[in-house]
Design a protein around this ligand. Structure first.
Ligand SMILES: *Cc1c(COP(=O)(O)O)cnc(C)c1O
Length: 422
């Protein structure tokens, strides 16, 4: 059914939203902490102090970048754990201590969240919470008025992702943050519990403003593996005054919120990775954004191809990026398309045989035959969703890479339609 290897020499990786290669500068920064500075950060002798200093320096670096205080950074083992800590941690503060006198705690989220958020919130139903899942429009945007209407006296948590991993939609986090600031001020007067605001910034961290003050968030999840850092590294920003229950109990590391000996090389690598992507964010957004616009325009010329999600191409004379160099609307590295009469998973394997790596729907749901929950939520049919692929560009992507895809893709599509591979 699938073609034999066509061009094994090509190695065109277009799945940076799933995983990024570790930057060599990150590897270099991590190297001493495997075997030279290997001490346990909790130990009080020299080797321990050295390791502790590395953890604290990394914490300082990250805190500076996101405009937080040192103690507000909690290191975790990745994006999934950060999201779980944010959600279970907030919910259990209420369910365990019955602090909410207005009935079962209520959580609001969106229909297009990553499963790290959606499944964590789903699990809260079993912990006696109520849940509202907000619909999104055809571009994946939530409606702030819907959000406002969904808030109840017993609402304790709102979790809305910063940027979507499948279609690149950027949600209005700062706007939600401002709204909640007003709402929480009112709630304080009326003796209602404060609504905690969490954003999953795993896809956003390499491209968008991470300043927690400007965003108005209480909790923010970031991971290393999407920003040219090591896998299984991440942090949760926890605003001072926000109380969470830990998920992992033990020696009391990370302000008691995440016990266990710190992953010192991982933490050093995570901080270095965030510093590097922040440093060249403006230039990279611009460069990758140019490639995105070019690629979309060319792809749209192929028969039966349609862009999924917001169109990032701006009319002439309009600005694509803010003064800080940040895009709005759609991440500059994401191109998601649907192709009439072609099955996405088969196409992905075809492209693989040409040495081109792309993804279908969400990499995390690979193995399941279900159509992507994100594409269904933006109103795509099951058929369209299953006929979709996602390209995500990164630091090493060149125009020549994209031109090669543009050269082989039309032929593959024709061949697949003839063979009726669906
Ligand atoms: C990758 C990703 C996660 C999960 O992060 P891990 O580090 O793989 O656990 C969560 N949310 C979003 C939006 C992601 O892209």
């Amino acid at each position: 059914m699938f073609p034999k290897v066509q061009n094994p020499k090509k190695n065109i990786y277009l799945d940076y939203a799933a995983a990024t290669p570790v930057d060599p500068k990150v590897t270099t920064a991590m190297r001493p902490f495997w075997s030279s500075f290997f001490g346990n950060p909790s130990a009080l002798y020299k080797q321990g102090r050295e390791a502790k200093k590395a953890v604290n320096d990394s914490r300082k670096l990250i805190a500076n970048i996101i405009g937080a205080r040192l103690e507000e950074i909690i290191f975790t083992a990745g994006g999934t754990e950060s999201c779980n800590l944010a959600i279970f941690g907030s919910a259990r503060m209420n369910t365990d201590f019955k602090t909410n006198k207005h009935g079962s705690p209520h959580i609001i989220t969106s229909a297009i969240e990553h499963y790290a958020v959606l499944q964590s919130i789903e699990a809260q139903k079993g912990e006696s919470c109520k849940v509202t899942v907000l619909n999104v429009n055809k571009d994946g945007l939530i409606n702030i008025k819907d959000l406002q209407k969904a808030i109840r006296p017993e609402t304790i948590l709102i979790s809305i992702m910063y940027a979507n991993n499948e279609i690149g939609t950027i949600e209005p986090i700062a706007e939600i943050g401002k709204l909640l600031q007003r709402i929480n001020a009112d709630r304080l007067q009326n003796e209602l519990s404060r609504i905690v605001f969490h954003t999953d910034a795993c896809q956003a961290a390499g491209f968008l403003d991470l300043n927690v003050g400007r965003l108005g968030v209480d909790l923010m999840s970031v991971n290393g593996s999407k920003i040219y850092g090591p896998k299984q590294t991440g942090f949760l920003y926890v605003k001072n005054g926000i109380a969470l229950r830990p998920l992992i109990y033990g020696g009391g590391q990370e302000r008691n919120l995440r016990s266990g000996t710190e992953n010192v090389p991982g933490i050093v690598g995570l901080a270095k990775a965030l510093a590097l992507v922040t440093e060249d964010k403006k230039f990279r957004n611009w460069e990758i954004g140019k490639l995105q616009g070019y690629f979309i325009s060319k792809l749209m010329n192929i028969d039966g191809v349609e862009l999924i999600g917001p169109d990032p191409r701006v009319p002439l004379g309009q600005k694509q990026f803010s003064d800080r160099g940040e895009p709005s609307g759609r991440l500059p590295n994401n191109i998601s398309i649907t192709i009439k009469g072609v099955e996405g998973e088969a196409l992905m394997l075809y492209l693989d045989s040409y040495g081109i790596a792309v993804s279908t729907g969400s990499a995390c749901s690979t193995g399941g035959s279900d159509a992507s929950h994100v594409l269904l939520a933006i109103g795509r049919s099951e058929k369209e969703a299953k006929s979709s692929i996602r390209f995500s560009l990164g630091k090493s992507t060149t125009k020549a890479d994209l031109n090669y895809v543009l050269k082989v893709l039309p032929g593959i599509i024709v061949e697949m339609r003839l063979k009726c591979v669906r």
